[in-house]
Write a new protein. Structure first.
Lengths: 366, 349
């Protein structure tokens, strides 16, 4: 992402500025240091094998969901159905496997297919029916909830121990699930930086109108993002099945939908789309995981944890906002106009070169 | 409450004026919600004709009032281009606060209610100032507030609500004036009507127009001299105060439990969007937002009347919401098409 600064920043001052992603990783470092000091004051070691393992395995589940959510948010959309997709996926996985190791591939295939199908529905409802993504995905989530509540009264299915390895086994201190999550993250980063559709996602998020006028099929891009997001949530569901040993419908009460959005925004991706990336999201997920682990070690009251978490999320985003938005305070939709009309309003921040508001358009260069 | 919405044919004179007025009150794009409202009510009446009698209608309105008030509050925030996800937690917090502080003593009712309103204003101010001055997106601000309130209240009470509400406190939510035809005119309905009148008046005042302009185009509003931060912050305060009033009604109607208010933020936002108000701001009417809430409540009643298993209700609700919003979007897409697409071709590479 340091390249991103050099490429976008035509002004002289920008070279010294940190990119969003570096900032997030710095924040993560700060959280780790502060956490380590607090834990050390409590006469414990944050970096003991057990604690590192705890942090990493916490991060994997949210990580999958947040990676998918990043893609959708980059396109200026949103997915509130991920919690329900996770629950459904865990149930499909567990009931399909039904204790038989030979059926594992079949179950994985079924989960990915169903999750992808749900993502397709989300995407089509948003693009074709033009329903606001907030309502579309909330509605699809409610539909899945209805199905889950009707079909499954409790945990169902049985996951063979071979697949439970996905949830529990480790290589050194690093859980396999975290490795898989990081692999997916790398794949996602490559997808965003190296493929045409990935570039297009930044463009669509920056300004759907400009993207369309530049010849991008915005609908397809958005649908792709939604499908990938649901598939990522499906993988998270698989992980849940592997950890619990059964499928559980109650996962949707765990608040993964809002938490994943919080992680994405914590990772420096703009909710208004067009700016951000998976690298930052991973840092955001790790921040939340480290916080949770530190809270756990210090035995902080679970309710106080919520208070702290809420405060920290808001404070962190406020700090990013200070650094980013002072230059880019203009709404993206206005930025797009300024680029095409060439008539920046008089009060516009003067430090931008005229072409600058459009990086959303070709922002894939990042 | 069966508001007639069929647009009179465009005759000259009073007919045209009435049509114009109807369109203005019900806000062009939100005809869908009124149509849906009528359909749902018709279905209820067919399933259970006795529902049409005034007493049961009054009971229904008493039950629906809190959500309608929440939707009105949420409308102000949404129309200014923001979200308020903290209202559900705030309702829960306020009910728990009331129970803990009143502790069953009638004499404390009024001071505690004043305190609650003060707390509501404070929460709204914090939401608004963090969003506008610190430039944190409202989704995150209010999500944080939701977590903070949720945790803080349980931390304070040790997990389960303590204390009890006083009889006087419960009156607005469950009581009413005894009358002949309707048997009981609920106080909740009177409060609701008062709030609707105030809300409509506010939206027609210069503040309301400024709010709408801010939601439509923050930048343009800023250049025309609007203090955007002030306008938006006030919207958050309105939303929080509305949530406080809703909490008083809900507490009175349903009493204190640990779950009060959970998920209400999504229901309120859904209601507002169902009313044809556009997320992102600048479009939609407050009456329609309220009608969206009424429609949702009516839908829940219909589910009851059909004795539909509670487990599949969310699914049906989801389908109906998506369908209604999709239909409204289709309607809205036509006239606005010209504005949406920039007229000059983009000159970027």
């Amino acid at each position: 992402m340091s390249r991103a600064v050099a490429v976008t920043g035509t002004g002289r001052t920008t070279r010294r500025r940190l990119g969003a992603t570096e900032l997030v990783w710095l924040a993560l470092a700060a959280v780790v240091v502060i956490g380590a000091v607090l834990v050390a004051l409590d006469d414990q070691n944050l970096f003991s094998i057990a604690n590192i393992r705890d942090m990493l395995s916490r991060s994997s589940l949210l990580g999958f969901v947040a990676i998918g959510q990043t893609l959708v948010i980059l396109c200026r959309s949103l997915d509130l159905s991920v919690g329900y997709v996770m629950a459904l996926s865990s149930l499909i996985a567990a009931t399909t496997m039904n204790g038989d190791p030979a059926r594992v591939p079949l179950a994985i295939g079924a989960v990915l297919l169903v999750a992808g199908g749900i993502g397709l529905c989300n995407g089509l409802i948003v693009t074709v029916l033009k329903v606001n993504p907030f309502i579309a995905t909330l509605g699809v989530g409610l539909i899945i909830k209805g199905y889950l509540d009707t079909e499954y009264q409790g945990p169902a299915g049985d996951v063979p121990s071979s697949f439970q390895q996905f949830g529990f086994s480790r290589i050194g201190p690093v859980p396999v699930s975290t490795l898989v999550m990081l692999l997916v993250a790398v794949a996602g980063i490559l997808f965003l930086r190296r493929t045409r559709t990935g570039y297009h996602m930044f463009a669509v998020g920056g300004s759907a109108d400009v993207a369309r006028l530049s010849g991008i099929r915005t609908g397809r891009v958005l649908v792709t993002a939604h499908v990938l997001c649901s598939v990522a949530a499906g993988i998270a569901g698989l992980l849940i099945a592997a950890r619990f040993g059964t499928g559980s419908a109650l996962v949707y009460n765990s608040g993964y939908d809002l938490e994943s959005i919080a992680a994405v925004v914590l990772g420096g991706t703009l909710l208004m789309g067009g700016r951000g990336g998976i690298g930052g999201t991973i840092a955001g997920v790790l921040i939340l995981a480290v916080l949770d682990t530190v809270f756990n070690i210090l035995a902080i009251d679970p309710f106080f944890k919520d208070v702290l978490r809420g405060t920290i999320i808001v404070a962190a985003v406020a700090i990013y906002a200070r650094r980013q938005l002072d230059r880019r305070a203009s709404r993206i939709r206005f930025g797009g106009d300024g680029g095409s009309g060439g008539s920046a309003p008089p009060g516009a921040p003067p430090d931008n070169a005229p072409g600058d508001p459009v990086p959303a358009g070709q922002g894939g260069a990042r | 409450m069966t508001v007639t919405t069929q647009q009179p044919p465009p005759q000259r004179g009073t007919g045209a004026r009435a049509a114009d007025l109807l369109a203005r009150v019900f806000g062009g794009g939100s005809a869908t919600v009124f149509a849906l409202l009528i359909v749902v009510f018709a279905a209820i009446f067919i399933v259970n004709p006795s529902f049409a009698e005034p007493p049961s209608l009054m009971a229904f309105l008493k039950q629906a009032a809190p959500l309608m008030i929440l939707a009105i509050g949420q409308y102000f925030v949404i129309v200014s281009g923001e979200f308020d996800l903290s209202v559900g937690s705030l309702v829960g917090a306020q009910v728990v606060i009331a129970a803990a502080l009143i502790d069953g003593e009638d004499g404390r009712t009024v001071p505690v209610i004043l305190l609650m309103v003060g707390f509501g204003i404070l929460v709204g101010l914090v939401n608004g100032l963090i969003t506008t001055l610190l430039k944190v997106q409202s989704f995150i601000t209010t999500l944080g507030m939701m977590l903070v309130l949720y945790g803080a209240i349980r931390l304070w009470t040790g997990g389960a609500p303590t204390g009890a509400l006083s009889e006087a406190f419960r009156q607005p939510g469950r009581g009413g004036i005894d009358m002949s035809v309707v048997r009981q005119l609920p106080y909740a309905l009177l409060i609701l009507i008062g709030i609707i009148v105030i809300a409509v008046a506010v939206m027609r005042s210069s503040y309301g127009r400024t709010l709408m302009a801010t939601g439509d185009n923050e930048r343009a509003a800023g250049f025309s001299g609007v203090r955007v931060w002030r306008v938006r912050t006030l919207a958050f305060v309105i939303s929080s105060v509305a949530a406080t009033l809703a909490a008083i009604l809900i507490g009175g109607y349903a009493g204190v439990t640990a779950q009060v208010g959970q998920g209400l933020e999504f229901t309120a936002i859904t209601a507002v969007v169902l009313g044809g108000v556009v997320l992102g701001g600048g479009r939609g009417s407050v009456v329609a937002a309220m009608a969206g809430a009424l429609t949702l409540e009516a839908l829940f009643v219909l589910f009851n009347q059909l004795s539909m298993p509670s487990t599949i209700r969310p699914a049906v609700q989801g389908v109906i919401i998506i369908a209604a919003v999709a239909y409204a979007a289709r309607e809205r897409a036509r006239p606005r098409h010209h504005q949406e697409v920039p007229t000059q071709p983009a000159t970027q590479s």
